[in-house]
Design a protein around this ligand. Sequence first.
Ligand code: ADP
Length: 660
Amino acid sequence: MVARRRHLWSVLLALVVALLTLLIWLAGRFEASQFQERLERDVTASVSDLRATFLRHVQSVQALQVNDPTPNSWSVEAALLLREQREFVRIEWRTVDLQVLSHADTPFRASVFERLGRDGAASEVAQACGNARRLSGPAYGTSYYLPLRDGLGVDVMELCLPLSKSGQLAGYLVVTFALQQVLDNLLERKTLTNGQASFTEGDGTRLVMRGPPRSGSRVFTAQQLIDLPGANLVLRMDQWRGAPELFPNVLTALVTGMSFALLLVLALLGKDTRRRLKVERDLAEALAFRKAMEDSLLTGLRARDMQGLTTYVNPAFCQMVGIRADRLIGHSLPAPYWPPESIDEYQQRQAIRLAGKLPPRDGFESVFMHQDGTRFPVLIIEAPLIDAQGRQAGWMSAVLDISEQRRVEEISRTSQERLQATARLATVGEMASLLSHELNQPLAAISGYAAGSLNLLHDAPQHATLLGADITLAMQRIAEQAERAGKVIKSVHDFVRRRDPEHEVLAPQSLVDAILPLVNLQARKLSVRVQVQIQDGLPLVRCDRTMVEQVLLNLARNAMQAMEPPQILDRLLVIRVRRVPGDELRQWLEFSLADVGVGILPAVQQQLFQPFFTTRAEGMGLGLSLCRTVVEQYGGALSFAPNRPMGTVFAFTLPAVAMA
Ligand code: ADP
């Protein structure tokens, strides 16, 4: 992927560079062609100039013949003409067979024919005049070189004009003119700083030239045939560029500048793309991390927009409700995981939410339905979903399946109940032995009274008067003792019987009364005096009678056991119920059990309420932990403090029922 992208970039770069080179080259070429065109136009203009000049020459020379001159008068006129026309070297009037009738030389230079004589040029003159005769008009001869005395020379050309008289050829006018002068005159008004002009022959041989020596590296050339009758003269112009310039003109400079700008932009773009790619990679990583996190989460996540349409769910949520994400997203209300029987309630909740009321921060409990129809409890924590602009776009919910938590709670509740039952059974064992001891007395008394009554009946006739009263008394005692035995058995039965917890409104007195028979059972065995002090006018309490009785019984039993050691002589257990002073709004009742026993060592105090902590060989260590659980269930507290001068006071509080 990366290699491919790099490849693409290099192709793009190569293409751009090629394009730019081509553009610069084209701009250069365009400029060159413009230059060439200008040169061609120059040459064309110069050639037409030249033609006009030659035409004027012909006319001015023809003018010499106007007044039928004599050779002498002609030569005066010719000399005048030569003064005006600097390019003329010599004018001759010749006869039909080319004999010179008269001639005149230019006053501006020494006679050019001085050295070689005029005959040297006879052939060129003959050629020119031959042409003129054939054409019956002005004609030119080929150019030729005339060496001069001073070692230099001039290129000259002959112009021959045929003269006619009454339709007959009467002779010729021959004009010799210097090509250099023609060129100089032609270019008089032009300054040739970076070019040369020259006359060449048809084959390219250069005849005369004007202009500075060649200096540029790039030469542009244009040439054109002047097309004079009989002569093959070509005007050629060369122009060159000075030192090669970096930016020959604005166009190329512009194109080059733009190319650089383009390359720069390309480089910046490349850099930007690299940065973008990095950001993209980072973003993809962050996204992958977030997704992995969401996917591994056990908490279900769900987002809904303001209309209640589901916009997002994570895999944990889908698994919880057993519905695929694509079937949940975009689903409107009622949601497919709402149990049909609760739809109305949930819709109402939704309406409250839409009205802008915030849900509780610590979440609320609800019931969802799995696709297979099973309902399960969930804890939903909902918070507003704020978008990048800071507006609320919907609601985000974290959903926890709390069915497992519920199951554990249920188990602990039942196990606690079972524990309580077990503790009670343990107490029953203890009580059974006390019971046998305790029932012995009334039963022995019953049998004693019964035997006494039988004896009395046996001796009946002798003690008839005494009999009635004694038997009545014995029978009363039997009844009393039987009732006492029955009560003892009933109290044990009441205690053991397992009932469903029920909250009743009770007088504190009745609670104490209920446990007293059992407490007395043990107290008698351990020689403990039991004192009960109940304040007058106490309010009622709402509680489960069995539970609180159990607490009282446990504490009383612990207190009596603490007074078991033989060195404790005056064993006294004080059971007291009073109103807790202070709080007016909510009244509390305090039940306290004070003993004069061994007290509690500091090391033992720390662990007192831990289940299974005991200091007794036959103890279970469950009593106090259960007592605390029960008391706290009603919102009360179980505490203990040392008793003066010795022993311990255990006390617990219960809320009083508010008086009407
Ligand atoms: P158990 O009675 O089965 O030992 P408890 O939880 O009722 O279990 O009591 C735990 C321990 O607390 C007792 O073993 C005893 O050492 C101590 N304890 C409880 N009540 C008193 C008390 N009134 N005086 C001294 N020690 C006490």
